[in-house]
Design a protein around this ligand. Structure first.
Ligand SMILES: *Cc1c(COP(=O)(O)O)cnc(C)c1O
Length: 460
């Protein structure tokens, strides 16, 4: 018998082992995600309509339910080389601390300046915009991770980048703002007087701190008004999940290298892009009957779209300018409680992740934020990395599963996605340390208000 391979603390891939294609799980899904609908006609959106908002190639990717593998262009592979492969880490120290027979691995995506996985899609979106000869792109950002990643990607390809940043974040997170400006982005606090929709909102609500929905509407309007600009989005869309499949493909290759077979794969879920990207290749194997895994999406109890939402068509933005998507949603008017500090505050969920969940291919749990920060701190103290609060949702679930293994004596192999670092979230950590953080779980009544705003979509 061959001796068991010793698993290193970090598993990296050699150049020739690196994935060169993204994997499109939609091609293997028996029940395809429902099509996006045009917000005006409520009919499935066409390529011609979609290309008015997004770059041509990205619109094509958005509508592509048939090609399982899509070549990653060489320029993007070259950029990936600057920070990829991301390490797959065997959490030896955490296992020891938990005294569990479980084997825990995490795929760490925080090893780039933007601090999260969002750069994987930002660089792809910037590349296709450049290819098309566009001048620039517009987007919104809340806490700032997506805006930062996009700024880096645009500066690499010498594209203009205009970020509408939710005003409260703009004021409260000046460091994020300055990182974006360092990479040459123009950052405007939203709502602003530079767009029609911004001026209207300012008139109605003077002094408002803004919202993601409003920033999206401003970014979409700004792209539409300017020649040679398109709007880009950092999560939720199927094209973003496609780009993020680099996480799952690398994870699969790293596991294969050491003959590791995971029992469980865990990811945090906001709009679903890191989760979708991590699990896609594994879900593909599951659908094709080649392997079986437990797959777990982890969301905040204060914004529980999968575990308590409805699977219906909804607006993707509060401004109702974007196409409608069928997804697990709390309603586009749903706002998590103001004391919710842990991110993952999007009201809906990627259509791909939603369909996989509806088909029973993945499970979901929700966790409360004080428990999330407790897990984050425990993790930081033994594994060294200071996790983003979003990522800590996955840590919390992985720790819970590892503790269960201790009780049952099962030697399960658990893989989770550690999406990023939390250096810009220290105000939230501070609240946790000072005992000022509270848990908030929306009541049925709170949720009913969000559901009341769901659009009636006849015949679909
Ligand atoms: C944006 C973000 C998330 C959540 O977004 P998804 O699209 O659900 O992946 C999770 N972790 C970090 C660090 C993020 O920046």
């Amino acid at each position: 018998m061959m001796p068991e391979k010793i698993i290193p603390y970090k598993i990296y891939l050699e150049e020739e082992e690196m994935p060169r294609q993204w994997y499109n799980v939609r091609a293997d899904m028996k029940n395809k995600p429902a099509p996006l609908l045009h917000p005006g006609t409520l009919q499935p959106i066409t390529f011609e309509e979609l290309r008015e908002v997004f770059c041509d190639e990205l619109a094509r990717q958005e509508l592509n339910d048939t090609d399982a593998y899509i070549d990653i262009p060489q320029e993007i592979l070259d950029f990936y080389k600057m920070y990829r492969p991301s390490p797959l880490v065997r959490a030896y120290c955490l296992e020891k601390k938990l005294d569990t027979p479980a084997k825990i691995y995490y795929k760490f995506e925080g090893n780039n300046t933007s601090g999260s996985h969002k750069l994987n899609s930002a660089i792809a979106q910037a590349y296709y915009a450049k290819q098309q000869g566009l001048k620039g792109v517009t987007t919104e950002t809340g806490a700032g991770q997506w805006g930062t990643a996009l700024s880096m990607a645009c500066s690499y390809f010498d594209l203009d980048c205009h970020v509408y940043m939710v005003k409260v974040s703009y004021e409260q997170k000046p460091f994020r703002r300055e990182v974006m400006r360092t990479y040459g982005a123009q950052v405007t606090p939203s709502p602003s007087d530079t767009t029609k929709v911004g001026r209207k909102i300012l008139e109605e609500f003077p002094g408002t701190g803004g919202s993601l929905g409003c920033a999206i509407s401003e970014a979409v309007e700004a792209a539409g008004e300017r020649e040679g600009y398109r709007y880009v989005l950092g999560s939720v869309l199927s094209q973003v999940l496609l780009h993020q499949s680099i996480i799952g493909e690398e994870t699969k290759a790293a596991l294969r290298k050491y003959d590791i077979k995971p029992d469980m794969i865990i990811g945090c879920a906001g709009g679903g892009s890191n989760l979708g990207g991590l699990i896609s290749p594994f879900v593909g194997e599951k659908i094709r009957g080649e392997a079986d895994y437990r797959i777990l999406a982890v969301e905040p109890a204060s914004c529980p779209s999968l575990t308590r939402g409805k699977y219906v068509y909804d607006f993707c933005d509060t401004g109702k300018v974007c196409p409608l998507a069928k997804m697990y949603t709390l309603g586009s008017g749903f706002m998590p409680a103001p004391n919710h500090a842990g991110g993952l505050r999007y009201h809906g969920m990627s259509s791909v992740v939603s369909q996989l969940y509806d088909d029973g291919l993945i499970e979901a749990v929700s966790v409360e934020q004080t428990a999330v920060f407790k897990a984050a701190e425990e993790f930081a103290r033994v594994e060294g990395i200071l996790p983003a609060p979003e990522s800590a949702h996955a840590i919390k679930a992985a720790v819970d599963e590892a503790v269960k293994c201790k009780e049952t004596g099962e030697e399960k192999t658990i893989v989770f996605g550690l999406t990023g670092t939390g250096y810009f979230d220290m105000v939230a950590y501070g609240k946790f340390h000072d005992g000022q953080m509270v848990d908030y779980i929306p009541s049925e009544e709170d949720l009913a208000k969000g559901f009341a705003g769901l659009p009636p979509v006849p015949g679909i």
